[in-house]
Design a protein around this ligand. Structure first.
Ligand code: BDP
Length: 668
């Protein structure tokens, strides 16, 4: 990962650092800044104005500065001296790392930056037993210090001490916090949204003390910590007979819990809640709605300036494939749209970017485009659940930037979020992390680009996916030749399209393997209660979501999107998400749907074969461990792509009976 000690010592050994705090008192972040510079970088830090002849880096935190609280300016003078200025220590921290990034990229220059999104959040899906839900990079860096072989035993012994639940070694957490701060992340939730077992107790003693230790590390890097909570905690750990959000005893119980949390962690961020979703408890069990549920937490957190982040990923899993009007894509809107304006000021609704579940291609969630009086967070998934498990190279920034650029009547969706909020400072992006205990953090070294890229995407709306890839490659492979860096960048930039090409076609989604969501399973969800169907038959494929003849989903969008009601005005890449068409239907590209399916599935595999050759060509010009890691992953990716190609092509060929125009064999 970027920011290694060797690089820093080598690059910065001839600088002198000086920090000035004007009108600001020393806080955890400024202490961290001083220690980063003095201890970690092993660099001289002078306490009075520098007299040195060596180039000086002066960090000025001045409350009078008119920059946005988190913004900074970097001024590089002709003599090499640098001045970094902000109105807060946090802004200074971001400025310091931004300058380091410029140095790493050999592009030192003067500039001023203000972050785009207010909340730039990471969600950990780490569980108390040390596993990570949908994690593909090893065990949790926070919990489960014995490793997976003791999980069964661990669950059988509820009296296990807090010390047993948390990893002893915090150095990796500190490295992670530093990395996140270096790219401007300012919030993190520390445990999985499905809160089970010991994690239910993280909000009370003795576990809270250990959580507090973790939060202190993040605080010193300017990152606020949150916990995911179990809606049923009053019953599960509070000995109450109900968890009804309107019950006085329940409210009093949560108040006591929250008051104590703030005694222990004064800068605690608040809670993240997944309720009434995929088996989790929630307000519906008590005949209450989601505003009742969220506001319970909002009200006990408000006196401490905390917030509750309530997830909108709620759907009725008992959908029915026999009834074509039933549609999981409608669910978030159906459950939440009527509650617009009913959430308290410090409640935030966290909505997945698309209406289903992080597929390779989805339209924007209509809930994000519709809510007018609610604080909103747009949710992304860095961990590659449906996107190749960090085995397949898949640099997803092109998709995310595309999603955040969808237009609404108030501008692109990323610009809209703060405009419609009750409290603009409680809006932004959140994403599920992809890190674990693996040596390289992310399983596939190239998957680091998604973590880095997510943060840069939160920070600046003007960066393109190629620019972000260029930065990440430049910082991560600084000793390689320009030609090698170009090879890596090129693979990254083409990888998302290649992956989409060999998976489910034209936005239809969910043709994945049912258990792990890796590899093909064309019919795995087709006759399933989870309700994500492609409706392929002998004549055609796709889901009719139009208002006239389909599920009515298109009607959830503002009128700006009425073009999606007709196949001929729907973009090709989303055609099968919105319409059921015959295999011989002609796309804007001129291809028929069936021929497009065959062509893209062959093209996807061919592209992966090129990745393998290109990666072979740079052997020797990057660290052997990194080269081996990606080479091994590419071998597995090629097998996966071939499997997808053959299963999907065979599936559609058998149903349609239509041969490939180019006469290629459709099955192996
Ligand atoms: C689904 C995942 C599941 C998560 C859920 C969520 O398969 O593991 O718990 O999303 O976001 O995609 O809550």
């Amino acid at each position: 990962m970027w920011l290694n000690q060797a690089w820093l010592s080598q690059t910065l050994s001839n600088r002198v650092f000086h920090i000035e705090l004007i009108g600001v008192s020393e806080d955890a972040v400024s202490v961290r800044l001083r220690s980063e510079i003095a201890q970690w970088l092993h660099l001289p830090l002078v306490t009075s104005a520098p007299q040195s002849t060596q180039p000086t880096v002066t960090l000025v935190c001045d409350v009078r500065s008119c920059l946005d609280e988190e913004g900074f300016s970097i001024d590089v003078a002709q003599d090499g001296n640098v001045c970094i200025e902000s109105s807060s220590t946090r802004g200074l921290l971001y400025g310091f790392y931004a300058w380091l990034r410029d140095v790493g990229l050999k592009a030192e220059h003067s500039h001023t930056e203000i972050p785009d999104q207010k909340l730039r959040m990471i969600n950990q899906w780490d569980q108390a037993d040390g596993s990570v839900e949908r994690g593909y990079a090893g065990e949790s860096i926070f919990y489960g210090r014995w490793g997976s072989n003791v999980h069964a035993e661990f669950f059988d012994f509820p009296e296990r001490s807090a010390a047993d639940v948390f990893r002893g070694d915090i150095s990796r957490i500190r490295d992670y916090a530093r990395f996140l701060a270096s790219v401007g992340i300012n919030a993190i939730s520390l445990n999985n949204v499905n809160v089970r077992s010991y994690a239910t107790r993280f909000i009370v003693e003795p576990y809270l003390q250990r959580i507090a230790e973790i939060t202190r590390i993040f605080s010193s890097f300017g990152i606020k910590s949150f916990l995911s909570v179990n809606f049923a905690a009053p019953k599960v750990i509070g000995n109450l007979t109900t968890s009804d959000p309107c019950d006085k005893k329940v409210i009093a119980w949560w108040k006591k819990v929250v008051d104590h949390i703030y005694e222990v962690i004064p800068d605690f961020g608040g809670f993240v809640v997944k309720a009434d979703s995929e088996g989790e408890p929630g307000p519906y069990q008590y005949g209450r709605d989601h505003a009742d549920g969220a506001n319970l937490f909002a009200r006990v957190l408000a006196p401490h300036h905390g917030i509750v982040i309530w997830r909108a990923f709620v759907y009725n899993s008992h959908t029915d494939w026999r009834d074509r009007s039933v549609d999981r894509a409608r669910a978030a809107f159906d459950n939440f749209a009527a509650l617009d304006g009913k959430f308290d000021d410090n409640a935030v609704l966290q909505v997945k970017f698309g209406p289903i579940d992080f597929q390779t291609r989805e339209p924007l969630s209509p809930l994000l485009a519709r809510m007018q009086k609610t604080n909103l967070i747009m949710e992304f998934e860095i961990t590659a659940e449906y996107l190749g498990h960090q085995i397949d190279v898949n640099y997803v920034l092109p998709q995310w930037i595309g999603m955040a650029s969808w237009q609404s009547p108030e501008g692109s969706i990323r610009e809209r979020l703060p405009r419609v909020a009750r409290q603009p400072q409680f809006t932004g992006f959140a994403a599920i992390s992809n890190v674990g205990m693996d040596e390289n953090w992310t399983g596939n070294t190239l998957a680091q680009a998604n973590l880095y890229g997510y943060a840069r995407f939160c920070w600046s709306k003007s960066l393109t996916s190629q620019e972000i890839a260029h930065e990440w490659v430049g910082l991560s492979f600084e000793n390689s030749t320009t030609a090698t860096k170009q090879v890596i960048e090129s693979i990254l930039n083409r990888s998302n399209k290649a992956y989409e090409d060999y998976c489910a076609p034209l936005g239809v989604g969910f043709m994945v393997n049912r258990n792990g969501h890796y590899g093909p399973g064309p019919d795995d969800y087709e006759f399933d209660r989870w309700g994500t169907y492609h409706y392929a038959d002998r004549d055609g494929v796709g889901v009719d979501r139009t208002s006239a003849t389909g599920t009515g989903f298109v009607g959830q969008y503002p009128s700006l999107y009425s073009s999606l009601e007709k196949p001929e005005t729907t973009p090709d890449e989303l055609l099968l998400f919105f319409h059921h068409v015959n295999y011989t239907y002609r796309l804007h590209s001129g291809e028929t749907v069936i021929q497009h399916i065959y062509n893209t599935h062959f093209a996807g595999v061919e592209e992966v074969e090129k990745f393998v050759d290109e990666w072979n060509s740079i052997q020797g010009d990057i660290e052997p461990l990194d080269w081996e890691n990606v080479a091994e992953r590419l071998r597995r990716q090629k097998a996966n792509a071939i499997n997808w190609r053959d299963q999907i092509n065979t599936f559609f060929w058998r149903l349609s009976g239509i041969a490939d125009e180019q006469g290629r064999s459709l099955y192996s």
